[in-house]
Design a protein. Structure first.
Ligand code: GAP
Length: 457
């Protein structure tokens, strides 16, 4: 694993927590795993789902200039000729003449094989797309590729969306889906894998307004991470040099996150100009013009593309949320996940396994499950159970005790401060809904009181 950046969590701790608590497992682990492929466990799938939902909500649901799409992974092979991926989506590789391992030229520190010290071949271009065959015959006529980006599914549907939604410029199409790259250098856990998920926006604008929209989306996307709790100082914007620019890009900024191994790309925002629509119009022979009814002009729109990785976002949210606090003789490990991202929103913890308590707690569990992902836990001491929930980022724990049976009240304990309030069970659902949307813990419902901790004056 790469070296830890100063002041940041050790990647090993994140990997170990993810493994131990069921966020992320190595793929096909019982067969020894498959290099750079990962499976999201019961908590991981919730976290990932919540990240995707937060993105979709911000970029589709809450806007009137965006719509969604879900294109297929396998596409006509001409798509990749038109997009430039067949020609350009390559890495120069050298091969060791002794051990036959292949290396990216840009990763090499000297002229010999980093593994065995053997002599290396001259660099050859290696395409990163996974190739497969459609239908029963494995010949060149049936070759298709697993898409290396979701973007192309949007470009080839531009006219379909225009015709069916009557959207006018500027507008965007959003898509979340799997992408595949036969990466040579993988590693750093889920940071770079061969199968991953992207959340991509293709925002179509009138040429000449592209600079304005490029700046707008860069800021908008940066704010999205900050609004979901990532520390601003852990994020930076980095402009691509002319040499780094992808073949389709006029300008590009990366939103970098300070990962354990150092600053690395979390999301890229590119001004793709008219490259993609011009290419697809030319290769397909279909017009991809836009007709502006006001000015009566025909033109090809420019495209601003904010392209984020679901897995990299998951890793960034985990790293940023991870914390350790002294707790008597032990250490309290906790994830300060934003409530909308936390896999489990509420845990129900009966103080004992006494039948009467279990019954009341299970009733509450059944009731709250209608609204949120809720866990029920009655194993071990209450202290240990709190720690288990802290470690997976559950914002609120509800304790049902013997007094609850008499006064119909339960305790809500907040993860970050460990403060507690006591509220009538009849007010629990509305109180939790308010707290999960950001209301301060000590704002009390009718009949509620502070149980532990001090209200800020
Ligand atoms: N359509 C533009 C595009 O695909 P990219 O910079 O190659 O641009 C966009 O990828 C985002 O997809 C990256 O910022 C990253 O979050 C994610 N990504 C790319 N390759 C990845 C990989 N091998 N593993 C995990 N995420 C990856």
């Amino acid at each position: 694993m790469s070296k830890q950046a100063p002041g940041k969590v050790d990647m090993e701790k994140i990997v170990s927590l993810c493994r131990r608590r069921g966020f992320i497992f190595p793929s096909s682990e019982i067969y020894g795993g498959l290099s750079s492929c990962w499976d999201y466990g019961p908590l991981g799938v919730e976290l990932k789902q919540n990240i995707k939902q937060a993105w979709w909500r911000a970029v589709v649901q809450e806007r009137d200039d965006m719509i969604g799409l879900d294109a297929s992974i396998l596409m006509h092979p001409q798509v990749w000729a038109a997009s430039g991926h067949l020609e350009e989506f390559t890495d120069p590789l050298v091969e060791c003449k002794t051990c036959h391992l292949r290396w990216r030229v840009e990763d090499l520190k000297d002229s010999n094989c980093p593994s065995c010290g053997g002599e290396l071949t001259e660099p050859r271009l290696f395409n990163l797309m996974f190739k497969t065959f459609i239908g029963p015959v494995e010949d060149s006529a049936s070759v298709v590729y697993l898409r290396p980006e979701t973007a192309q599914g949007i470009f080839v549907n531009f006219q379909n969306v225009l015709n069916t939604t009557r959207k006018r410029l500027p507008f965007g199409i959003a898509q979340i889906g799997k992408a595949f790259r036969n990466e040579i250098t993988t590693g750093n856990f889920i940071f770079r894998s061969r199968e991953f998920e992207q959340m991509e926006i293709e925002f179509f604008v009138k040429p000449g307004t592209d600079q304005k929209w490029f700046a707008y989306w860069t800021q908008e996307r940066l704010n999205w991470y900050v609004n979901l709790g990532i520390k601003r100082e852990s994020l930076r914007l980095r402009q691509h040099t002319q040499k780094e620019l992808a073949h389709y890009a006029r300008e590009c900024y990366d939103i970098d996150y300070l990962f354990p191994m150092g600053w690395s790309e979390l999301e890229g925002i590119a001004n793709r100009g008219d490259f993609d629509l011009v290419q697809h119009a030319s290769y397909s022979g279909k017009s991809l013009d836009y007709f502006d009814e006001e000015t009566k002009e025909h033109f090809i729109p420019y495209i601003i593309e904010p392209s984020a990785g679901v897995d990299r976002s998951t890793l960034a949210f985990l790293c940023d949320a991870y914390d350790e606090e002294p707790d008597k003789d032990e250490i309290r490990v906790l994830l300060h996940l934003h409530p909308s991202l936390a896999p489990i929103k509420v845990a129900i913890l009966p103080l004992s396994r006494r039948e009467s308590l279990v019954q009341a707690a299970k009733q509450l569990y059944a009731d709250l499950r209608q609204c949120w992902m809720v866990q029920y836990d009655d194993a071990q001491s209450i202290g240990r159970r709190y720690r288990r929930q802290d470690e997976i980022g559950t914002p609120f724990c509800i304790t049902v005790d013997f007094q609850s049976l008499e006064d119909n009240q339960a305790t809500i304990r907040e993860r970050d401060t460990m403060n507690q309030i006591r509220v009538p069970i009849s007010e629990l659902k509305t109180t939790l809904a308010a707290k999960l949307s950001g209301e301060e813990l000590f704002v009390l419902p009718p009949g509620g009181k502070i149980w532990k901790g001090e209200s800020p004056a």
